[in-house]
Design a protein around this ligand. Structure first.
Ligand code: B16
Ligand code: MG
Length: 231
């Protein structure tokens, strides 16, 4: 049976960064691939998808698992994570506002015009650099990222902090994510979820979208009534 409930004050959107706002997920892939090739460790798209939303050091553990490097000392792991990050940051340095797609920019502006509160909820410590490079520094009402959290996705911390910085309740937030770990984190935070890219294939979110512009329609509908399925 389908029932309709009032959606209350649901007027805040928390965006993941890598793979949602901008395609830096491709740069993460290239940087990990370069490190893996140097070490002679197997790395492909399937392994890369497991790194989405996961912190740098946890990602390294996944890259090195089942390899001769899985038990190296922590200091050596930190050096390898640093090496990957240097490659990644070199790619980030070449970014400009042209790396932001016109559809993403148009949608973000339209949401803002409609009074939507917006935050970033990213596991990345490079989030401030990326936002500056693509011309979005100062655009969002709040930024919660890898620099202010202890536990990365699927822990809900990054999204709960984003809601706190926005000054809204978790139940009034919708999270847009490309990672299964991010969808799980948002659900654990008690938030609604919109999946795109890799996460859209997982089928765990409240909505799955093919293109960023669909977020506008979802938010416009949500502000009127929100249909839910009941038994
Ligand atoms: P950094 P997101 C995440 O960003 C990436 O998806 C993940 O692949 C990366 O390991 C993590 O940030 C940490 O990034 O090395 O830049 O601190 O998708 O949560 O915006
Ligand atoms: Mg992501």
């Amino acid at each position: 049976m389908q029932k309709e409930i009032e959606s209350g004050n649901m007027n805040a959107v928390i965006f993941d960064l890598d793979g949602v706002i901008v395609h830096t997920d491709e740069y993460h892939y290239r940087a990990w691939k370069k490190l893996a090739d140097r070490l002679g460790v197997c790395f492909d798209e399937r392994i890369n998808n497991r790194l989405r939303g996961v912190s740098r050091l946890e990602s390294l553990e996944i890259v090195l698992e089942n390899s001769a490097f899985s038990d190296i000392p922590d200091a050596e792991k930190a050096a390898l994570a640093d090496e990957k990050n240097k490659t990644y940051q070199t790619l980030l340095q070449a970014m400009t506002p042209d790396d932001l797609s016109p559809e993403v920019l148009k949608t973000l502006r339209a949401l803002k015009e409609r009074g939507c509160r917006m935050a970033i909820g990213s596991s990345s410590r490079n989030a401030p650099l990326i936002l500056e490079k693509i011309g979005l520094a100062g655009f969002f009402d709040a930024v919660s990222d890898g620099n202010n959290i202890t536990n990365s996705k699927p822990d809900p911390e990054v999204f709960l902090k984003a809601a706190e910085y926005l000054g809204v309740s978790a139940k009034d937030c919708v999270v847009v994510e490309d990672a299964d770990a991010g969808i799980e984190a948002a659900r654990r935070a008690g938030m609604k979820t919109i999946a795109m890219g890799d996460a859209a294939r997982g089928g765990q979110a409240d909505w799955s979208i093919q293109s960023f512009g669909e977020i506008l329609t979802i938010m416009e509908n949500i502000k009127r009534v929100m249909p839910i399925l009941t038994e």
